[in-house]
Write a protein that binds this ligand. Structure first.
Ligand SMILES: [Ca+2]
Ligand SMILES: [Ca+2]
Length: 194
């Protein structure tokens, strides 16, 4: 019954988040929220949950994840915040978990083969004041903008690897396991009766 409950919870959770896409062990959600600064988006993303998992302002770690975000970007109210920042040390672009993915400005380079999708000429730290990462609507390329800029959406990342049950487990497999458990119970009860 507990497993069935978890399956129902997963399904209900997916219905409740219409704008969620799963890529491997990550789930991405676009959240539309009026006039949010980078810090606002960071706080809102950290307060969201999906399947019981806490969220964080999204990192983008592969071309597949970028493609998923571009799909979710369709119809967005503006460019949206992502979870990258070089506010701590200029030119050290880091995701929310502290992982550095880029070093330098537009002439810089990826760190440790990390994925990036900067627009041509970015990150340019215009005015010496651009420390927040945004995905540009509608193209999907990345830009550094002032963290005080107000956008109307942001992306959240949830780490599905932390789920107690694999999110990709097909429903059919669970039903088969339940059926086998029921058959086993029936067999044992018959055996006990004999
Ligand atoms: Ca900067
Ligand atoms: Ca810029």
């Amino acid at each position: 019954m507990k497993k069935l409950f978890i399956v129902c919870l997963l399904l209900a959770s997916q219905w409740a988040h219409a704008q969620v896409v799963v890529v491997g062990k990550a789930a991405f959600e676009r959240v539309d929220s009026a006039n949010v600064t980078f810090a606002d988006a960071q706080a809102e993303a950290a307060s969201r949950t999906y399947m019981g998992l806490g969220g964080e302002l999204a990192s983008v770690l592969s071309a597949a994840e970028q493609a998923a975000l571009e799909g979710l970007l369709a119809g967005a109210p503006s460019s949206c915040w992502l979870g990258g920042s070089d506010a701590a040390v200029e030119g050290e672009w880091r995701w929310q978990d502290g992982t550095q993915f880029w070093q330098g400005n537009q002439t810089g380079s990826a760190v440790g083969g990390m994925y990036n999708n900067w627009n041509a000429g970015e990150p340019n730290d215009a005015g010496g004041n651009e420390d927040g990462l945004a995905i540009t609507f509608p193209s999907g390329v990345w830009n550094d903008g002032p963290v005080t800029a107000t956008l109307n959406c942001y992306f959240v990342r949830y780490n599905l690897a932390l789920l107690p049950v694999p999110a990709t487990q097909p429903l059919g497999l669970w039903l088969m396991m339940l059926a086998m458990a029921a058959l086993g119970g029936y067999y044992l009860s018959r055996k006990a009766a004999i």
